[in-house]
Design a protein around this ligand. Structure first.
Ligand SMILES: [Zn+2]
Length: 345
């Protein structure tokens, strides 16, 4: 039994492999690949792997997908910068708990505050949607590098903080090396944003398809009516009449073929890839809180960012999705912090 890969993840993986000289065939929700020795070594699979199978899962957070993302983003241009602020928020974090981040249960108490620095990534993804028309564009996503959680509002606000960019060779060592988890989370969010961004495009293609299909059906309906009426024409010989009847019988099939062609014409094929990134070192406040839930307690570091002026969301400790609605679970031994969906399971 294996978990089904997302079609977009499969398409992305196939694209990366082909770009690096591999051959891929997609079958039964898996990628049957033929890889060079170097590429196989890079991905840590055999030279003829079945990607997406249970021993090589292609899922968000799976090491194989992270390695593919690593390959796909190895050569993208990255700019490094720093955001410093003259004054960091000193108090009032209690009020933000409940506004920026909520805990469904338990008691949360702020116990300490410390000024520190954290790194963020703004991932820029280019997309192309091809159908009867072509649309290209860019979606941007902000991610906290250390956790891989999304940083909502970063994309809207980072430019306004006038970051200072480091010169080549002058980047400080604060930026972590392994950012595959952050890139992976960014790509996943980019796909969500892209679906919204393309919703009018998709709707327009669906509308045109419906219109053209309706016109085609009307055309064939009228044609059939005319041809049937012409059968009673007095000058028509018997062979001619039989010939015309055969043509009338073929009409529905011909019409379905035309409709099939239209469906192909308006099918939308979307590709998205990371094309640039900005990594930012930001002065932030770490807010230490103590969470008491049932008989257990746990301390937890939350981050307040001066760029978004909010407490950042966390990662669900089960599904690794970003969430600002935290549901503590567990008894005595330890508290786990889950998202709403995982807590309900
Ligand atoms: Zn979850």
């Amino acid at each position: 039994m294996s978990v089904q890969s997302d079609p977009e993840v499969l398409a992305f993986s196939a694209e990366v492999i082909e770009k690096w000289g591999g051959v891929v065939e997609q079958r039964d929700g898996r990628l049957h690949a033929l890889l060079s020795r170097d590429l196989a070594g890079e991905l840590q699979v055999s030279e003829e792997p079945e990607l997406g199978a249970s021993d090589a899962p292609l899922l968000y957070g799976s090491p194989l997908l992270d390695r593919l993302i690593g390959l796909a983003t190895r050569d993208i241009p990255v700019a490094y910068g720093q955001i410093t602020v003259p004054y960091l928020k000193k108090a009032g974090f209690e009020q933000l708990i409940g506004r920026d981040i909520t805990f469904a249960d338990g008691q949360v108490r702020v116990v300490a505050r410390a000024e520190t620095r954290s790194t963020y990534m703004v991932l820029m993804c280019c997309y192309t949607a091809m159908s009867d028309e072509r649309r290209e564009g860019l979606v941007e996503v902000g991610v906290q590098e250390a956790s891989g959680a999304l940083a909502p509002g970063l994309v809207e606000h980072w430019r306004g903080t006038r970051p200072e960019f480091y010169r080549e060779g002058g980047t400080p060592p604060h930026f972590p090396d392994g950012v595959e988890a952050a890139v992976s989370a960014g790509m996943r969010e980019a796909e969500v944003l892209l679906r919204e961004e393309l919703s009018d495009f998709l709707a327009s293609m669906r509308r045109r398809l419906r219109r053209d299909v309706r016109n085609t059906r009307e055309y064939y309906g009228a044609l059939q009516g005319e041809m049937e009426a012409s059968l009673s024409h007095p000058t028509l010989t018997e062979p001619q009449r039989e010939d015309r009847k055969a043509k009338i019988r073929d009409l529905p099939l011909e019409m379905e073929r035309k409709v099939g062609d239209l469906e192909q014409k308006y099918r939308v094929r979307v590709t998205i890839s990371a094309c640039a990134a900005v990594r930012l070192l930001v002065d932030v406040v770490q807010v230490m809180v103590e969470l008491r839930y049932r008989k257990a307690s746990r301390s937890l570091g939350l981050i307040w960012s001066p760029v978004t002026r909010r407490i950042e969301p966390l990662l669900c400790e089960q599904c690794r999705q970003t969430t600002a609605s935290i549901h503590p679970t567990g008894r005595d031994a330890g508290i786990r912090l889950l998202c709403h969906a995982c807590a309900r399971k």
